[in-house]
Design a binder for this molecule. Structure first.
Ligand code: GDD
Ligand code: GTP
Length: 426
């Protein structure tokens, strides 16, 4: 049998998702009408042999309970449990810590999914490759622009056999534009011994004894990966500490997806993720999307409890959350409008996330800047300064009537009464 583990991290992570992660853990943030992590469950539920799913992280126990209750109702064939790390153990450390629970019932293999990505999760295709190749590990890969590749784990593979020959996490120089999507299928007999050897190597590694003199000691030095820090650091990372070893010695293969894939790191990256999941839902004829019309340019998701004036024009790539109010003559495009927010008549909202309970005044204009979909970054340079391409209004923000907001990140509870551009409003 097969199980699945979803790595969700904890409250000290997801800092780039601020200010939205101040209200809600990133995996629960709604994209295309559903929590980010629910999109993982939709894919997992299409693999008949998966009966058990573990959400592994170091958020408090109670954080995922409402979601688990909901997903257990919508996917009754799955048993879903949250496993809490007492502190960050790293992407492999968490798996190892909970190995007894994962190994219960003797599954021969299990999936591992990073929660902070969006893609079509072709898990059945990964299983097929695993079986065809008699593999010990399969990872999902995708091609990105060469200059973006070094932000990810890079894979050198044999194009013909699909074998992973070499793996380097975030290399300093370009080695390949085939990158690690953060989705794996591991043989239980391979991965746990591989993690155990990584732990052993770490404990036995001879210590470097040359330290810089005290005047060179600055705080940045201690943030590095030096040995002194490792001594108390229980973190074991799949990517840096385990995968390259498996590549060197094992039956390790890569399934290259030609379908969409994006990371969800910054708050702004929820907007392209929303667009990609909406498009996928639209192409598969998902009936929960709004019906196209003169004023609805698909794909658009409108929560049943939202109120949208029939003269408002929405889409493409718009999600409207529960109880949101959209007034007459409003234009919304490429945006996420969250619960209980209100957009007054004739306002225009483009490339923006409107936070919970926020209010946008009449004739206001709140906008970000479009970026190419192949661009794996959500920052752009404006007047020589790096700014977010997506405008974000945190929880309970207000934008006055006729006010223009461009490329701003606005922390919760702010009232914008004058025009602002390219700023973080604190
Ligand atoms: N449970 C747990 N414990 N989860 C963790 C921990 C931890 O200590 N640390 C990270 N995670 C989770 C994160 O929430 C995320 O879902 C996933 O593990 C990977 O996060 P990072 O460690 O921040 O890595 P990354 O996203 O920069 O890079 C990884 O993903 C890329 C694809 O998105 C690597 O696997 C790259 O090679 C890969 O390209
Ligand atoms: P489509 O191509 O069908 O989307 O229509 P379009 O080319 O007319 O443009 P779109 O509706 O995408 O809106 C583009 C611009 O029109 C926006 O940037 C706004 O400046 C303006 N706009 C459209 N409708 C409204 C509205 O109701 N209120 C305000 N304030 N501006 C609007």
């Amino acid at each position: 049998s097969t199980k699945a583990v979803i790595l969700v991290g904890g409250p000290s992570r997801g800092t780039r998702f601020r200010p939205l992660s101040m209200e809600l853990p990133k995996p629960l943030f709604p994209v295309a009408g559903h929590p980010i992590i629910e999109h993982c469950f939709r894919a997992i539920s299409k693999v008949p042999e998966i009966k058990e799913v573990f959400i592994v992280g170091y958020y408090e126990e109670s954080v995922f309970q409402p979601f688990i209750n909901q997903v257990s109702t919508s996917h009754p064939q799955l048993s879903v449990k949250y496993l809490r790390e007492y502190q960050a153990l790293g992407t492999a450390g968490g798996l190892y810590h909970f190995r007894d629970v994962i190994l219960k019932g003797r599954p021969d293999r299990f999936f591992v999914l990073n929660a902070d990505i969006c893609c079509s999760f072709p898990l059945n295709d990964m299983l097929k490759l695993y079986e065809d190749k008699d593999a010990e590990a399969v990872m999902l890969g995708t091609r990105v622009a060469s200059d973006a590749a070094t932000n990810f784990g890079c894979i050198v593979s044999d194009a013909h056999t699909k074998r992973v020959l070499h793996y380097v996490e975030k290399p300093e120089s370009q080695i390949s534009n085939l990158i690690n999507c953060g989705v794996y299928l591991f043989s239980t007999e391979t991965i746990f011994p591989a993690i155990r050897s990584a732990i052993k190597r770490r404990t036995e590694r001879p210590r470097l004894l040359s330290y810089p003199s005290s005047e060179n000691l600055d705080s940045s030095f201690f943030q590095g990966d030096d040995d002194d820090e490792d001594r108390e650091n229980p973190v074991i990372r799949l990517e840096q500490d385990v995968l390259s070893d498996i590549a060197d010695s094992r039956q390790f293969f890569v399934l290259e997806t030609k379908d969409f894939w994006r990371q969800i790191k910054t708050a702004g990256s929820a907007v392209p993720a929303n667009a990609l999941y909406l498009l996928k839902a639209f192409q598969s004829g998902d009936s929960s999307l709004a019906a196209p019309s003169a004023n609805i340019i698909p794909p658009v998701y409108i929560h049943p409890s939202a109120h949208v004036d029939p003269t408002a024009k929405l889409g493409p790539n718009v999600s409207i959350g529960p109880r949101a109010q959209i007034g007459a003559g409003v234009r919304v495009k490429e945006s996420i409008v969250l619960e209980d927010s209100e957009i007054k008549h004739d306002a225009c909202v483009l490339y923006t996330i409107v936070g919970w309970h926020s209010k946008i005044g009449a004739w206001a204009r709140v906008e970000g800047t479009p970026t190419p979909i192949t661009n794996h970054s959500t920052s752009i340079i404006k007047n020589g300064v790096k700014v977010q391409s997506i405008t974000i209004l945190g929880k309970e923000c207000g934008v006055g009537d006729e006010v223009r907001v461009q490329n701003c990140v606005c922390l919760p509870y702010k009232e914008l009464k004058r025009d602002v551009a390219n700023e973080v409003i604190m």
